[in-house]
Design a protein around this ligand. Structure first.
Ligand code: GP9
Ligand code: MN
Length: 634
């Protein structure tokens, strides 16, 4: 081999290929990454390449072979450390490393210990690329001219690397639209961008939020607190404490919009059980309730519920600010002796829930690992709602009481597919398969809610609980307006589209007996104070933007995350001020101006709290700003 002359840059090429293949083999052996089709497999295979080309490409700038080899080795070691670090971490946490886990000091002990326990000498195979590279450096005899390369060659090399990167990003976008703006899930990021690009992206996201945090000093809070105080609504005397001491069960109804309730599709009832609930003597049903989520979808609705603050306009706050201090509903319930948890049959890293739930002080997360998915019990995104609810109730019967548990349903999720045996009504017939199938999955969700109520009764958990249910966000986007217009038999104007953002909100208190339909206009930001007051807990010292829907002083003013809003008189959408009754633009368009200004102001206050992590400067017990020495050091 010594005598044979290898082409220029052979060592570089070998290094790129060796680390690329090692990474792919590690993907396939050390992690369980779900692959559904050949394209996903191809993206997974391709994704380490772009970063490796760039990183190893630095070698083209070295004059001496020795220095160049040293550089290549440094890159090989760095990439191996990143890769292997994730392998060891994954063994214990079934998740990929994200910067905040390394910096959360209370995590540190855990990580150190468990990482150490997860290291075996056979792991040397994960460093196979380094061994190959060392051998190449020793035995590959490159042409003598193989020193620094010409500038034009280098240029071509980096253009090619960029092309690989964009090709990869293009495929990722096709496979998972809005991956970067929404950052769904670490597994999905690794799967589509690759381990190395994912870490760069993670560093970018985290440092951006850290920089904003570092600039805040708490003084901004005075203004925010004044605003919040001046808009506060006194709890309703009648409803305050109506569910005191009971277990609290909050059910997130995936993608459920209000338009399907008390409605028919080709003569068939879509939600028979929930329709009954709207008329039930133990239920207060809110038909004029809107979702306020942004790109973070379900996770944004959870954020609204737990914090009474608005999510962010870009990206999911669950991802970007999971290290913040919050004063969540779970924390308050926990302080009153409640066991708090969330149940959701999905991977725990989806929406970064595993990290965010710690910050929200939710005691326990029953993720997919806590459920047994039997034969035929999975469809679409995972476990079907009926067995999911059944097992969730099983968990409840083991919980310390009183508990606050949240159930996140999943079957009624885009693309709304079902097994034949679960289809209880026909498809609709329009040009949108999505809308056509939606009615069937909604019907299934309705059935699942019915079984949930039955299961709770069977387990003796019903009487002593309060069940709150809300739709998390729209299921049918504006892309299906034509089909929607056909179904609703009216044109979908911006006004109608805003009205379609209504999601159901139910408050069900067994034994209440005075149920009614509450026409109050409200939104998800109101859930926190509404529920806490029902549980008999004060919120007057809390920093939150919503108000108690039962309060006389509740203001009918719902601000959407994208700046649209609804009041008792107007609907503001697409920069037009509509009359809420007629759906026609009002003559004097300036009537919406004062609200538009306030909507913006309120969203900005909420955003400033999140970006500056301002609640770390706030003492929720006494409603005061923390003095300088009480403030934790950043
Ligand atoms: C995923 C589930 C659905 O865990 O919450 O998320 P979505 O896409 O609706 O935000
Ligand atoms: Mn959702």
């Amino acid at each position: 081999m010594k005598n044979k002359e290898w082409p220029k840059h052979s060592v570089l090429a070998i290094a790129v290929i060796a680390t690329w293949l090692t990474t792919y083999v590690v993907y396939k052996t050390a992690f369980s990454i779900t692959i559904d089709n050949a394209l996903q497999e191809f993206i997974l295979f391709l994704n380490p390449l772009s970063l490796l080309l760039f990183a190893y490409g630095g070698a083209l700038f070295f004059k001496s072979k020795k220095a160049r080899n040293r550089y290549i080795l440094v890159i090989a070691v760095l990439t191996s450390v990143v890769l292997y670090g994730n392998v060891a971490f994954y063994r214990f946490f079934t998740d990929f490393i994200t910067l905040p886990v390394l910096f959360q000091t209370d995590n540190f002990g855990d990580i150190g210990n468990s990482a150490a326990a997860s290291i075996f000498w056979t792991d040397i195979v994960y460093f196979a690329d380094i061994i190959i590279i060392l051998l190449a450096m020793r035995f590959v005899n490159e042409k003598q001219t193989a020193a620094k390369s010409a500038a034009t060659h280098r240029k071509a090399y980096f253009v090619l690397s960029a092309a690989v990167l964009f090709f990869n990003l293009g495929l990722a976008e096709a496979e998972r639209p809005q991956l970067l703006t929404r950052s769904f899930d670490r597994e999905m990021l690794v799967k589509n961008l690759g381990m190395y690009n994912y870490h760069l992206y993670d560093v970018y996201i985290q440092s951006k939020s850290q920089a904003q945090r570092a600039l805040a000093d708490g003084s901004e809070l005075t203004e925010v607190t004044n605003y919040v105080r001046s808009n506060q609504a006194e709890p309703s005397e009648e409803m305050f404490g109506a569910a005191e001491g009971r277990n609290l069960i909050v059910v997130t109804l995936e993608s459920l919009q209000t338009f399907v309730l008390n409605n028919e599709m080709n003569g068939e009832t879509i939600t028979p059980f929930m329709n009954e609930l709207t008329q039930d003597e133990d239920t207060i049903y809110f038909p004029n309730f809107y979702h306020q989520t942004g790109l973070g979808k379900t996770s944004d609705s959870e954020f609204l519920l737990e914090t009474g603050m608005y999510p962010l306009s870009g990206g999911a706050v669950f991802f970007t600010h999971s290290g913040n201090t919050f004063n969540s509903m779970a924390e308050k319930m926990g302080n009153e002796g409640y066991a708090t948890n969330v149940q959701h049959a999905n991977t725990k890293s989806f929406w970064n829930r595993d990290m965010m739930y710690e910050s929200l002080e939710i005691d326990k997360f029953y993720d997919i690992q806590s459920f047994t998915v039997g034969e035929g019990e999975a469809v679409n995104w995972g476990m079907k709602d009926i067995p999911f609810f059944e097992q969730s109730v099983g968990h409840m019967s083991e919980m310390q009481q009183p508990f606050y548990t949240r159930l996140l349903s999943l079957t009624n999720h885009h693309p709304f597919t079902l097994d034949e045996e679960d289809k209880m009504i026909d498809e609709y017939d329009s040009n949108s398969g999505t809308l056509n199938r939606y009615f069937q999955t909604v019907r299934y969700l309705d059935e699942a809610v019915k079984t949930l109520f039955e299961d709770l009764k069977e387990q003796g958990l019903y009487e002593n609980s309060i069940i709150v249910m809300y739709g998390d966000h729209y299921g049918i986007s504006d892309n299906h307006n034509e089909a929607m217009a056909q179904y609703l038999d009216k044109e979908i104007t911006p006004y109608e589209s805003a009205q379609l953002q209504k999601v159901p909100f139910f408050v069900h208190i067994p034994g209440y007996e005075e149920g009614y339909v509450n026409e109050e206009i409200g939104g998800q930001v109101d859930m926190r104070s509404t529920i806490l007051h029902l549980m008999g807990m004060e919120t007057e010292k809390d920093i939150q933007f919503g108000g108690d829907l039962f309060s006389e002083e509740h203001e009918e003013f719902v601000i959407f995350r994208d700046g649209r809003f609804v009041t008792d008189e107007y609907v503001y959408a697409a920069n037009v001020c509509y009359d809420i009754e007629t759906g026609e633009p009002v003559e004097d368009q300036s009537l919406c101006d004062p609200y538009a200004e306030r909507a913006l102001e309120e969203l900005q206050y909420s955003e400033s709290i999140i970006n500056g992590d301002l609640l770390r400067f706030y003492e929720e017990e006494n409603g005061q700003l923390k003095t300088l020495d009480e403030q934790e050091q950043p």
